[in-house]
Design a protein around this ligand. Sequence first.
Ligand code: SF4
Ligand code: SF4
Length: 337
Amino acid sequence: MAIPAIQVARLGKYILTQTLKGNKHYPLVLMLEPLFQCNLRCKGCGKIGHSPEIMNKRLSIQECIDAVEECGAPIVSIPGGEPLLHPDMPKIVEELIKRKKFVYLCTNGLLVPDRIHEFTPSPYLTFNLHLDGQKEIHDKIVCKDGVFDNSVSVIRMLKAKGFRVVTNTTLFGGQTAEKAAEFFDFLMDLKIDGMTLSAAFSYEAAADQDSFLTREQSIKLFREIFKLGKGRNWDFSHSSFYLDFLAGNQDYKCSPWGNPSRSVLGWQRPCYLLEEGFVSSYKELMEQTDWDKFGVGNDPRCANCMVHCGFEPTAVADSVRRPLKGAMLALKGINVD
Ligand code: SF4
Ligand code: SF4
């Protein structure tokens, strides 16, 4: 099951409460980046190009707790950099779970065998393994041989130990629907708990600007993939409305406030991918950001963006507003014709 029942129930209650209160800008997932340092140098990564001084910075345990409490989002995603390079990561995770946050620890898998004894399985903890395709594709994107094989053995080990595991896959230019479909079959055979999907679009900080998809190319690719996926029991960790959006059936604007981003540099404006400066508090981010300046149609850098950290909060809010449409999607599936 992609999302545990306890998470679905807690999230449903949270969204309903926010909607009833009339809150327009509420957070769903805090993107917590306690360090930018990484043990890989992937093509397309926008996080590892900072100065050595910034790359050596770490958020302390208390800074992480403060960010989580200040923001109040029910889910905390911990990307990076590579979070397992942070010596205090097990303690940070433990503290967040104590506060009943659903933690997604995003990792390239390399350090999992050395550090897994420091973590305990919990419905509140999910390891999110970065895997962008089959062996030849993934190892090429991460610019290192053997990373794919390591990730696969790490997934098997985590599942055997009782951890929840999802994967996150970014589809780059050159990926075909057939190869992606084979890859999703392969992932589901590993008995993972869900898959997340993104299309690589040319956001400004990414190192490799040659492998990105336009919005039209992304929609075409997702439609072909979903067509191939009919009857294949793929389990995506996304709302059906977001998948419908990826297939080009929904005309959404992004909700960057839904996934606020706190890193070693502060609270990032306006979202995880676009960098328009940093502020020192969540309150400042929410109250002093001119959200209308960003998003598709407002900022040319956003033109091709379909990422889940921007559009999933919009899709989730829509699913609360239109339960009938949700029921139709569940019944008929995504329209790919
Ligand atoms: S593993 Fe993630 S953070 Fe590290 S280089 Fe690759 S994309 Fe960047
Ligand atoms: S479209 Fe929204 S989520 Fe995407 S980069 Fe622009 S502001 Fe961020």
